[in-house]
Each structure stands twice: as C-alpha cells, then as structure tokens.
Design a binder for this molecule. Structure first.
Ligand code: NAD
Ligand code: ZN
Length: 386
C-alpha cells in the first residue's frame, strides 16, 4: 500500500457569513471565483434572476448569436425567461432541445448539434449556453469545445449536481457504447450562472442525489462546512434560500479551489472521486438504470469511509457520521447485494487505475482525504460482503 498526496482539513468558516451583495430587490448574490489564469471565470449565484442572467451572459461573452442547449423539462419552464434576457441585449437565440437522459450524451446527438449550429448560422464569434443538468452541460460543452475548433461556452446549471460539480472545472464529453465519458475535452466556460429558483421544479430524488456530491465536497475538504451543513440538510432539501445559497456557494468554492490547483487531474482533483470507485461498479452493474449517480456515490462514500477506518486512515466514527448525514438527505447507503467477485471485476476496470492498482480515495476523518494506491483485493478484502 502506498500513500499519496494528502489534502483536506481547510479552514472551517461559517458559509452563511460569507461575502454577499444585496441586489436592488434585496436579494442575495454570491460570486465564487474560479482562478485559472487567462481562463478564469466566476460562478454567480442568485435567486429568481434568470432574465438578468441572460443579459449578463451577452455582456460577458460579447456575442450576438447563441445556441441554447437544453432538455424538455427545463426548456418548458426556464428557457423562455433566460431567452428574454438574451434577446433584451439584442442577441439571436436558437433553442435546441435534446432528449432527456444520460443516453443523450452520445456521438449521434453531438453530430445533430453541429448541424443545428450550422443551420443557425453560428460562427467563431457565436457561443453555446447549456441550460440544464450535467448531461446538457457535458454535451453542449463538448460541442462548444470542438465546433470550429472551439467557441465560447456558458453554463446555466439547473440541478444541484450540476451546480456544485459538473458545471465547474471545464470537463466536457460524451459516452461511447463501451463506456461513459470516454470522449471529451477540457473547455472552461466563460461563466457559470446559478439561479436557485430553478431547483424548485427539480424532483426531490434529484435534489437528494445532488446533495451527495455536496456532502462529498465537505467530507473531503472542509470540516467546518460539514459541521455547518450537518444540521441543515432538511432545510437544504426544502430549498430554504438562507441555507441553499451559502451551501451552494461553499460547494462551488470547494470545487473551484481544487480545480484551480489541479486543472487537469494531476492528483488533487482525484479527491473528488471519493466514493466513486464503488459507485462506478454499482452503476455499471445496474447498467446505469434505476440508480442515480449521486445515490451510487452515497453508497460508495459510506463504503470508502468504512474501509478508511479499517485501514487505519480515518478515526472511528467517521463512517457513522457520514452515513447518518446521507440517510437524512434521503440517500441509500448500502450496496446492492452481489457477490464480491462481481464488485472486484467491476472496480478493476476503473479508468482511474494505474497498473493493477487503483487510486482509491480514503477519508482521513471528516474534512480530509487522500488517495492511496491499492490493489482491488485491498479495497475489497476477502470476506467482504455487499
Ligand atoms: N463535467 C463534469 O465535471 C461532471 C461532473 C459530474 C457529473 N457529470 C455528468 O453529469 C451528468 C449528470 O448530471 P445531472 O445529475 O444533473 O443529470 P441530468 O442532466 O440528467 O439531470 C437530471 C434530471 O433532472 C432534469 N432537470 C434538470 N434540471 C431540472 C429542473 N430545474 N427542473 C426539473 N427537472 C430538471 C433533467 O431533465 C433530468 O431528467 C452525467 O452525465 C455525468 O457524467 C459531469
Ligand atoms: Zn460524481
């Protein structure tokens, strides 16, 4: 067993005391910088401000032609408001609605997007906006990364998962029939705009799944934030703005800090895979149906915390604390019952592996994590049972 980079245990500031601006109508706005030299941008967080977001995007990107890539549930409810803002600044907007679901992240849909871009007369000065969850973020982002060798891209995430995770950091891509996210590019957005009001229409199960990634961020990086979030899980799920806005701000801040220090996944960014080794195995077994990614991550984190305690990385009690927070967030915590060898072969195909060993993210207690290079049988020891 070899220990690698350590990290975590950063300051524990109270997120609700962060810097905020009150807007004209007394609403809160928060900005989170993503510091990537000349590719820097900000995550701007607010509430009931989609139309303003439209105007801000035009001002920021300086384009007059946009493709707005979205999915039916979001197109219906939220796209018209964003479009109004874009048009108020004189922009041409082509709305492109792609089918819902992860299966849409494929090369055929990508090809259709390019056609629609050409139909809309898009050129190198045009820009793509993804409005929706991580699926349209990844698909629209990859289309923007590659169309005419790369045009500007903006993220307007409308799921918790996309807000705190997928929209930040510039990873874009599509799936291949043989696996998820096998084709992609790094293409940083020019801006990320969150309207927490869009979460009102997000089904509760999707809210919970997104919370898994938020809890993950706290668990690997910021014990103080974990302490703050722990008693506020229910308030987050009911979308109390006094909780949701500061929680998203800190969640985005953690992702931004990690990405700023390791844009292309040299090591630190791997910590974001906490819980993901087992999660990927669970998702693969389920054929990516019936279980949401965040749900698989919740199970994977409890497993990783349990293994971290057993291997001596984390103090006793780490797993139980994490588990009770995840349960309160409405998430599953126990792996589906399958033979150990089924799990072993699934984790052995993990693309984060190096030789026969895997970069497994272990907890060092709440708020701290590191990677350890482990053989599959060290991760799933003989006698382990799902
Ligand atoms: N690029 C990255 O760094 C990164 C990181 C994590 C995940 N991802 C990718 O993100 C994807 C998962 O993202 P996701 O969980 O957001 O899934 P998703 O995009 O499929 O959205 C989940 C569901 O919610 C619906 N929806 C979205 N916003 C809504 C709203 N406001 N109201 C009502 N319904 C709404 C969608 O139509 C969909 O049915 C995966 O493809 C994953 O690979 C990418
Ligand atoms: Zn994830």
């Amino acid at each position: 067993m070899k220990n690698e980079k350590r990290a975590g245990g950063r300051r524990g500031a109270d997120p609700s005391s962060g810097s905020s601006r009150l807007t004209g109508r007394g609403r809160m706005r928060r900005n989170v910088p993503v510091a990537l030299a000349e590719r820097s941008y900000e995550v701007e967080i607010g509430q009931d401000w989609l139309e303003t977001i439209g105007r801000r995007i035009v001002d920021r990107v300086g384009s007059d032609r946009f493709a707005l890539v979205t999915v039916p549930p979001v197109a219906r409810r939220h796209a018209p408001i964003l479009t109004r803002g874009l048009k108020a600044r004189g922009a041409h907007v082509r709305r492109i609605v792609v089918p819902d679901g992860d299966a849409t992240k494929n090369l055929t849909e990508l090809g259709k997007l390019y056609d629609r871009f050409l139909d809309a007369g898009m050129d190198r000065q045009s820009a793509v906006i993804s409005l929706g969850g991580g699926v349209v973020g990844d698909l629209g982002g990859f289309a923007a990364a590659t169309f005419l060798r790369g045009i500007s891209f903006v993220q307007v995430p409308t799921t918790v998962l996309a807000m705190v995770d997928a929209s930040i950091g510039g990873k874009t891509g599509v799936n291949l029939p043989r696996g998820k996210n096998l084709v992609g590019a790094f293409h940083q957005p020019r801006g990320v705009y969150l309207d927490v009001a869009t979460l009102r229409s997000l089904p509760p199960r999707q809210r919970s799944a997104g919370m898994a990634e938020l809890i993950k961020a706290a668990a690997i990086w910021d014990a103080g934030f974990f302490d703050w979030l722990e008693p506020r899980i229910e308030a987050f799920l009911r979308l109390d703005p006094k909780v949701v806005i500061p929680a998203l701000e800190r969640g985005c801040g953690i992702k931004a800090e990690i990405v700023a220090r390791d844009e292309r996944e040299g090591g630190l960014r791997r910590l974001l895979n906490f819980g993901h080794t087992l999660a990927h195995a669970i998702e693969a077994h389920a054929n990516f149906r019936g279980i949401l990614h965040g749900e698989a991550v919740a199970i994977g984190m409890v497993f990783a915390a349990e293994r971290s305690e057993a291997l001596g990385f984390a103090p006793a009690g780490t797993r139980s604390r994490l588990e009770s927070v995840l349960e309160r967030a409405g998430l599953p915590t126990r792996p589906p019952s399958r033979p150990r060898r089924a799990y072993l072969s699934a984790i052995a195909v993990d693309k984060k592996k190096e030789g026969s060993r895997i970069h497994f993210v272990v907890s060092r207690g709440i708020g701290r994590a590191q990677t350890a290079l482990l053989a599959p049988r060290e991760i799933l020891p003989p006698g382990w049972k799902a």
